[in-house]
Design a protein around this ligand. Sequence first.
Ligand code: G6P
Length: 614
Amino acid sequence: MCGIVGFTSRETSAVGPLISGLRRLEYRGYDSAGVALESPDGIRVYKQTGKVAELDALLKRELPEDERGKFTIGIAHTRWATHGLPTTVNAHPHLADGGSLALVHNGIVENYAALRAGLEKHGVVFVSQTDTEVLAHLIAAFDHGDLLAATCDALKRVEGTYGIAVISAKHRGEMIVARKGSPLVIGMGEKDTVVASDVSAIVAHTRQVIYLKDGDVARITPEGVDIYSLDNAPVSREVQEVDWDIGAIEKGGFEHFMLKEIFEQPDALRNTIRGRLDAAEGTAILSGLGLSPRELAAIRRLVIIGCGTSLHAGMVGKYLFESLAGVPVSPEQAAEFRYSNPIVGPDDWVIALSQSGETADTLAAVRESIRKGALVSGLCNVVGSTIARETGRGVYLHAGPEISVASTKAFTAQVTALLMTALKLGRTRRLSHEEGTALVAQIERIPDLIAEVLKESDAIAKVAEKYAKSDDMFFIGRGILYPAALEGALKIKEIAYVHAEGYQAAELKHGPIALLSDETPVVALLADIPGKEKTLGNVQECRARKAPVIGVVTADDEAAAAAVDDFIRVPRTSVELAPILSVVALQLFAYHVARLRGCEIDQPRNLAKSVTVE
Ligand code: G6P
């Protein structure tokens, strides 16, 4: 949510790296963008509504190549509006002190109204509707010759979250950055230092990075990086190496990142599984959990928290843990959980699911669970992310960077990681050696089975063609396929802007069926697992109301295929794997519908990939 880039160099112009960094972060927000550049004659700012490409075009018009060399320090931002419309005035960077100080911000200043009123009393005139402008003026007000001290003084008065970068014409050659609740990473190049909201904007320059922690503030100069606490005490943070390179974040010949990420799933899942299965003992090796069999055996209840697609993966987790380990599970939407004064304690295991590891609601739920004494672990994709660090134990997905806003490979990797966790927990309880071994064999097949579903892409595109004009759809499934129905509906809402609802197949007749007509296709999840016959009964109810039905059916299940208007085939598999394969089919369905509707697939309107505000 909002992307920040900062760049300082001894010799290279900051303009190119700032724009390419913003392009990498565009998935975090894309309603406006801007840069501020330091030069011998002051700070220059360029802002533009719309995408980074439009800011780039503005710079091409207004800042000729031969002038760019003198700007070796700059900050940049791509915005996802929270306070104020997406206009040029509200775009970052925001200025203070007569235009000599510039700041970019990711997060929310919750007490901005009070701070703004206080500054206005001292004659400060605000030009934007944003909470961020308050921060710029506050830092300028505290600047008595030391920009780092001024930033600390200002931030001590801020309630809320921030990742910021500040430059000032009065402090040439330095950039101050700080974080609390919004991620910030510093890339340590040989001649350049890059700051960004996430490493994808850094790997083009260097793989040596420092992850700032909440409460850190850093002074970055061409000579190096010094990190302090807000109380001005020096702190030391380890330099770490990012284990993937630039190739991982390129489109690799696919038209969209989403399609690339859908097709990457066999490889991504091989990485999720690698080294984590013990075929001889019929269990999983998840050393990052740091839990002994005795500790696992003592767990009485599981709570799985997440938002969006991660929540749906958690809902699949409920079926997996309950059937394999016999442990009751509550999947909980993270924000609801966090504000519900949750009843959790030492007998409970809270698993936080988050691709980014930065989702504000999930992070807050993690902190509340830790406070209440629960055992808390993270299941994240982004290594070094805040949830991964604060939980201190967990399972990394190792699915590689996910760029497209709509989550795809993270879902299948999350379900697979949950399945391995359920296997491990199950083996401390009722799951026998044979059952464990059989499950290990199933899990090993997941990548190849997904590859089978991907072969159906063209056939799925044909089905999509028939239904791409529909503006309302229903997705139904039962048992472990119910969350898969929710995920299918979410995908098509997110990227194709189709109004879609996911329901338990049996629930449709308790109200929603009133909406069915020949204009409301129903996507029915009919993989051949227990419960399918009942869902086929619900399909009949839909067809009796003239609703066309698209079945996601097991490849050799001719009876199910004959019971629907159109079908998408998935390979025959066990109950545990059925939601993974069905969701891959629905990802492709949503993708093809969105493509046919001419939607902006990787950056859907109003959405952001990493939601670091409540
Ligand atoms: C945003 C994204 C969703 C994602 C959700 C949770 O809303 O648009 O695609 O599922 O955040 O993200 P997380 O990183 O916590 O999995």
